[in-house]
Design a protein around this ligand. Structure first.
Ligand code: M6P
Ligand code: ZN
Length: 190
């Protein structure tokens, strides 16, 4: 039987160590300058930008039509490090279509998945190897690398979901931050 839109089944290889999907259709590199607003310590941001604008994370995507019914698969490689006392993290986003969720499977490293709603609820879910984390519809999500090796995870979400970063910026960023305190990762208020 033919598929609904002619898109053919496929298989890709995922390297759990490097995080690459082979072959991938798109690789996106995010540097500190792409999200400098997100970190609290402005002096630390300036120093890191002057020091060469570090790569924070990379995203490998297996593209499918951005249509309802399709699922998009991608991996993220979030490098270890801190800006001031704040761990390297992703920009974080709501889905433009708020009624869509997402699944994360951690392949390497350790971290936290920060989530919040526009109604003010917050959550921080642990990310560890072979652990799966669920982002329900309506929850903004940001990953934070609390370890000292890359945090690598696979994400699957509805291909028509869209990324809404502006709502986070408008709200002044996420309500919670993850900082290094007394040798460990602590979730604190913004
Ligand atoms: C995961 C998915 C992607 C997302 C990426 C980086 O792989 O949620 O959709 O793009 O993380 O996160 P962000 O887009 O917030 O920078
Ligand atoms: Zn998402």
């Amino acid at each position: 039987m033919p598929g609904v839109d002619g898109h053919r089944p496929w298989m890709r290889a995922v390297d759990f160590h490097s995080g690459s999907i082979r072959p991938h259709d798109r690789r996106t590199v995010r540097r500190l300058s792409d999200m400098a607003w997100a970190y609290r310590d402005r002096d630390a941001v300036r120093r890191a930008l002057d020091g060469g604008d570090p790569v924070m994370y990379e995203i490998y995507e297996a593209l499918v039509p951005e249509q309802e019914g399709h699922l998009l698969t991608c991996t993220t490689v979030l490098h270890p490090g801190r800006i001031g006392d704040e761990y390297f993290m992703t920009k974080g986003h709501y889905h433009a279509l708020r009624e869509t969720g997402e699944v994360y499977l951690t392949l390497r490293g350790e971290g936290l998945l920060l989530m919040e709603t526009e109604q003010g609820e917050t959550a921080a879910v642990k990310m560890g190897v072979r652990e799966v984390a669920y982002v329900p519809p309506g929850w903004a999500h940001r990953t934070v690398n609390t370890g000292d090796e890359p945090l690598v995870f696979l994400a699957v979400y509805p291909a028509h979901a869209g990324h809404d970063y502006a709502a986070i910026e408008r709200a002044g960023g996420f309500r919670k931050r993850v900082v290094h305190r007394d040798g460990k990762a602590v979730v604190v208020d913004r």
